[in-house]
Design a protein around this ligand. Structure first.
Ligand code: ZN
Length: 342
């Protein structure tokens, strides 16, 4: 009854990249060996998602070092050779980021190989993730545009080109990841959503946005402790999203302090509710997953609810992520049975 999907990333096998890291180094140095390892890892996770019983399949982001920089690597106008340290997400943590030094343009297709591989190896619906414009501008250093909004719209145009090409590859859902929306709420409700709409413009496939409180890394866990007993960040951006043409919204729920009634602000949207905690190695039981979905059902119509993970699982242990995929699907099945009886 309920669709099931991952937010985006999955752990990279140890033979592909360093494990347990957000910006891991690849194991094969480069070239054909690295391409082959990325392909093999993608196939492995397609199979694992299908075996777990998910209805929407992703590539697990096996081919990108990081969810933002994977896209940037194919963008002309960016200097990757001279990275600089920058505080990102309002200085929550420091990262070495590339610099925008010239007008931005796509140097070719970004994710054609992964999307076509995914389409060729599953008959289920496929979702492909791209970083959102606001999150990109928060993850690169600007030495050219001198204006965050202008630079965000420049990136949005490039994202739109790639998104249209992904649609032509047979992608059913293009999702933009915007964790920055939960950090710069006023700017998100103002130009962040507009830039997102520019990125999604003209797409006939489903469009989605993922907004979360970040991976389960220590900097994020510490930050969450400062947010108090009620996390109301979504309240400031959901009304703007409800008015937008974006079809689906992915949000964090289980083990968060997000008041579930905020989901009611997303009237008319499909809601991908986070029923799997990515900041804990404890595997949810199907009952826990079903309970989270039952809570969401108080605010979201049955036909619009999708069971999802809170965020990406990139830094997790592989066997934990596999077990969580199974819990996600089993819990969604259980919730479906319960809802059918109710
Ligand atoms: Zn996330």
């Amino acid at each position: 009854m309920f669709d099931t999907a991952i937010a985006g990333s999955l752990p990279k096998p140890g033979w592909l990249a360093e494990t347990g890291k957000l910006w891991p180094q690849w194991r094969p140095a480069a070239g054909a060996d690295l391409d082959e390892a990325k392909r093999d890892a993608t196939l492995l996770w397609i199979k694992a998602q299908e075996d777990a019983g998910l209805s929407v399949i992703g590539d697990g982001e096996m081919s990108r070092q990081h969810f933002v920089h994977g896209f940037l690597e194919r963008v002309a106008g960016i200097d990757f050779a001279h990275k600089v340290e920058m505080g990102i997400r309002n200085d929550r943590y420091k990262a070495m980021v590339p610099q925008v030094v010239a007008p931005l343009a796509l140097a070719g297709r970004v994710h054609a190989a992964e999307a076509q591989l995914l389409r060729a190896h599953t008959t289920r619906r496929i979702k492909f993730t791209l970083p959102g414009p606001m999150t990109i501008v928060d993850t690169v250093a600007d030495r050219f545009y001198g204006d965050r909004v202008k630079m965000a719209f420049a990136f949005a145009e490039l994202l739109n080109q790639e998104a249209r090409a992904l649609q032509a590859d047979g992608v059913d859902i293009v999702q933009f990841d915007e964790p920055a929306f939960n950090v710069y709420m006023d700017e998100a409700a103002d130009w962040g959503v507009r830039a997102l709409e520019r990125a999604a413009q003209g797409l006939a496939c489903k469009t989605a946005v993922h907004i979360c409180y970040g991976y389960g890394i220590p900097a994020n866990v510490d930050w969450k402790k400062t947010l108090g007993g009620e996390w109301r960040q979504y309240e400031r951006v959901f009304p703007a999203l409800a008015k937008s043409p974006i079809d689906q919204v992915s949000l964090e729920c289980i083990h968060s302090h997000v008041p579930p009634d905020l989901m009611a602000l997303l009237e008319g949207k499909d809601v991908m509710v986070g029923v799997i905690d990515v900041a804990s190695d404890v595997v949810e039981t199907p009952e826990e997953v079903a309970t989270t979905l039952a809570t969401a059902l108080r605010f979201v119509p049955r036909g619009r609810l999708v069971a999802c993970t809170n965020c990406g699982m990139a830094p997790m242990k592989r066997e934990v992520a596999e077990a969580k995929l199974r819990a996600l699907a089993a819990g969604a099945r259980l919730a479906g049975e319960q809802a059918a009886r109710a």
